[in-house]
Design a protein around this ligand. Structure first.
Ligand SMILES: [Zn+2]
Ligand SMILES: [Zn+2]
Length: 388
């Protein structure tokens, strides 16, 4: 493995992608840039996989044994507040989650892997569209990702601000939460605010629903398990002296366990319906399943760990990191093929901007460590004759 040398090319690429962010399934320029880079390395990438996805394959020796290396490519629909030269050229989108860096790290790894003879097997480099809630992983699967590019295991890496730059964190088992969303319309009967006995007040019913939902965590969840129900929107009424006829609520729910998710999702909908009924109102709930729980497989987490320790040293690797209540589309790929998603520290200390902040930027200094992890992972998972 040789990861020494000049990463300025990949820094420049990363900044170019950062300045030209594209939303999910619209990553045309980004995909074209990825394809050009892969062709420059002598690879023959397949394009249009699941929309704008790109996959390139590198084979060595017998070609037996295969792993998928996945990076996401999309940006977020929000305005960047940075002022540096490579800031987004558009007002309505930016790379606030560092997927520009994920692409750059996998391209840097592609360069090293295209020259490496230290592995024996097949590595599929998967550049996925639309991670941010639009279902890019599902689109790739539906487009035959694992039939066309069979993988025994699949891996992914996400940057994490506040973790020391170039350090790694992972865990076996649930690592990112399942994410569901809901919309509730509570209907009563509008009327005069001074004559509530002649109306059915949906504001009071909705307030009871929000309060009652807190018992899902405190009374229906094992105290040693984690779940979240957050109402992020509460809309109702037009005037202080009018009881409106309906209220609309929206929110999100997060779980680290699929059984608990099932139980609470059902319980939530009963509780909403029956709380409204108790107050003479009605409530309709639209409850949508989002990403499933991301579960890292034990054997693949061990491989990821060994590669991380080889790159950064054992003292720079958290092997039993706390799970995160955020969600990750990679969970959908992990439902098909065992694997592991790890975190790489983006640095910046305790007050660094988190991902999805308008001031966030990917740290180019971690490109070498990220690329080295990918390369070492391939050499660890698919050991060659000279690499025992
Ligand atoms: Zn994100
Ligand atoms: Zn992300």
């Amino acid at each position: 493995m040789s990861m020494n040398g000049d990463f300025s090319h990949f820094t420049e690429l990363r900044r170019r992608i950062h300045s030209r962010p594209e939303l999910g399934f619209q990553e045309h320029e980004t995909a074209a840039l990825v394809v050009a880079e892969l062709r420059r390395l002598g690879l023959e990438p397949e394009t249009g996989v699941g929309g704008t996805g790109v996959v390139a394959t590198i084979r060595r020796g017998s070609g037996k044994g295969s792993i998928g290396l996945r990076a996401d490519m999309d940006a977020l629909p929000m305005r960047e507040r940075n002022t540096f030269a490579h800031r987004s050229q558009f007002d309505d989108r930016c790379h606030a989650c560092g997927h520009d860096g994920h692409v750059a790290m996998l391209l840097a790894a592609a360069q090293a892997l295209s020259r490496s003879v230290a592995f024996d097997g097949t590595a599929h480099l998967i550049f996925q569209p639309a991670e941010e809630g639009l279902g890019g992983a599902r689109a790739m699967i539906d487009d035959g990702l694992f039939e066309r590019f069979p993988c025994d295991a699949i891996f992914s890496m996400h940057n994490m601000p506040r973790l020391p730059a170039g350090s790694f964190a992972m865990r076996s088992g649930p690592f990112f939460a399942a994410s569901d969303s809901f919309r509730i319309v509570v209907r009563g009967r509008g009327g005069h605010a001074a004559m509530p006995h002649l109306a059915v007040d949906p504001i009071v019913a909705a307030a009871h629903i929000v309060t009652a939902a807190q018992s899902l965590i405190s009374r229906n969840t094992d105290p040693l398990q984690a779940a979240v129900f957050t109402f992020g929107e509460f809309h109702g009424g037009t005037a202080g002296n009018v009881i409106p006829d309906h209220v609309e609520l929206r929110g999100t729910a997060r779980f680290l366990d699929a059984v608990l998710q099932e139980t609470l999702a059902t319980r939530f909908q009963q509780l909403v319906r029956d709380t409204a009924a108790a107050l003479g109102a009605t409530a309709e709930t639209e409850y949508l399943r989002g990403f499933p729980v991301l579960v890292n497989a034990g054997a693949q987490t061990q491989l990821a760990l060994r590669a991380a320790e080889a790159v950064a040293g054992a003292d720079q690797v958290q092997r039993n990191a706390a799970p995160l209540m955020g969600s990750e589309d990679f969970a959908v790929l992990l439902q098909q093929v065992p694997g592991c998603c790890i975190l790489i520290g983006n640095g910046g200390g305790a007050d660094a901007c988190m991902v999805h902040s308008p001031h966030y930027d990917f740290n180019d200094e971690i490109i070498p460590a990220g690329a080295a992890w990918w390369v070492r992972l391939v050499e660890t998972a698919l050991p060659g004759a000279g690499n025992c």
